[in-house]
Design a protein around this ligand. Structure first.
Ligand SMILES: Cc1cc2nc3c(=O)[nH]c(=O)nc-3n(C[C@H](O)[C@H](O)[C@H](O)COP(=O)(O)OP(=O)(O)OC[C@H]3O[C@@H](n4cnc5c(N)ncnc54)[C@H](O)[C@@H]3O)c2cc1C
Length: 263
């Protein structure tokens, strides 16, 4: 079995090598994320983790999230060592609760995957949106994948996904909700699209999170409104669309009546 080449003169050399090895991927997108691989980069990030600040700010786009996911996904860091590093930074374990709790979600999704295998691509339950699976489109709309919807949150997040291979959890939830509920696309199409761009792309966390948003792995669909979007986006995205208006405007009951007309 051939081993992977490890000796590179420079990062550019490494990037050129992988472009050559994977021409199909390079043809889809020529962007290279700034995220560095390897144990040193992972340990530097782990050193910087602040579990208390994380608990306080993690839902904000500019919050103290760890960005450890690519390293956890590819086995550069273990979940247990990450948990232990977080606990070692606090005098009372309850102060690291939020972070340990999120690590536990990753563990939970892996365990579900171990139970169900390829069925992770099947609806775990029916949609609770008043709609049937057949009511949802099979493919991603081009204006979404081309970042040409005209909505600043959607297009900005899609570009960020392509350029960095990373999205904050709030962006993932809201972009997934937009795709499934506003554009009425089957979650499987969105999940496959995310997996082909995320550096931490993981069929367990990704597919089950998409199913949670869709309501096929939860008791209700995840939706949001303009106010909620602005609350967490730290001024970076407003949710407004070119030409005015926003698909996210209104109270929750009004939005539900628009996007789930048969519920
Ligand atoms: C639609 C959607 C798709 C997602 N796809 C993936 C994916 O492909 N791979 C992936 O690792 N995560 C996925 N997540 C979960 C979560 O968004 C990411 O793990 C997290 O945003 C990664 O950033 P971070 O390392 O800065 O997270 P932090 O908030 O700093 O959390 C630390 C670690 O805890 C784990 N974690 C945090 N939140 C979650 C969560 N909600 N579910 C599971 N584990 C979590 C991750 O391993 C993460 O690295 C998805 C979430 C949604 C809503």
């Amino acid at each position: 079995m051939p081993t992977l080449r490890r000796d590179f003169e420079s990062r550019d050399d490494l990037i050129a090598h992988y472009r050559e090895q994977f021409p199909e991927a390079a043809a889809v997108s020529d962007w290279v994320s700034d995220t560095r691989g390897g144990r040193d980069a992972a340990e530097a990030l782990l050193d910087n983790v602040d579990p208390v600040e994380y608990g306080r700010t993690r839902n904000h786009l500019s919050g103290a999230v760890t960005r450890l996911s690519p390293y956890l996904r590819h086995g550069v860091l273990g979940l247990a060592e990450t948990r232990d590093a977080a606990l070692a930074k606090v005098d009372d374990p309850s102060r690291a609760y939020k972070l340990v709790n999120e690590l536990a979600w990753r563990d939970y999704y892996r365990r579900v995957l171990a139970e169900i295998g390829d069925a992770v691509w099947d609806d775990r339950e029916p949609y609770k949106t008043g709609l049937d699976a057949e009511d949802y489109a099979d493919d991603m709309p081009d204006d979404v994948t081309n970042a040409e919807t005209g909505n600043d949150f959607v297009d900005g997040s899609v570009r960020e996904l392509y350029e960095t291979g990373y999205l904050h959890n709030q962006q993932r939830m809201k972009l997934a909700a937009y795709v499934v509920h506003w554009r009425r696309v089957r979650w499987q199409a969105g999940a496959a699209w995310f997996l082909s761009h995320l550096l931490d792309g993981d069929v367990a966390s990704n597919n089950l999170s998409w199913q949670w948003v869709a309501s096929t792995f939860s008791h209700q669909p995840y939706i949001f409104n303009q106010e909620n979007l602005r609350q967490w986006m730290g001024g970076r995205f407003t949710g407004d669309s070119v030409g005015g208006g926003s698909p996210f405007r209104g109270e929750y009951d009004e939005i539900k009546a628009r996007i789930f007309p048969r519920a």
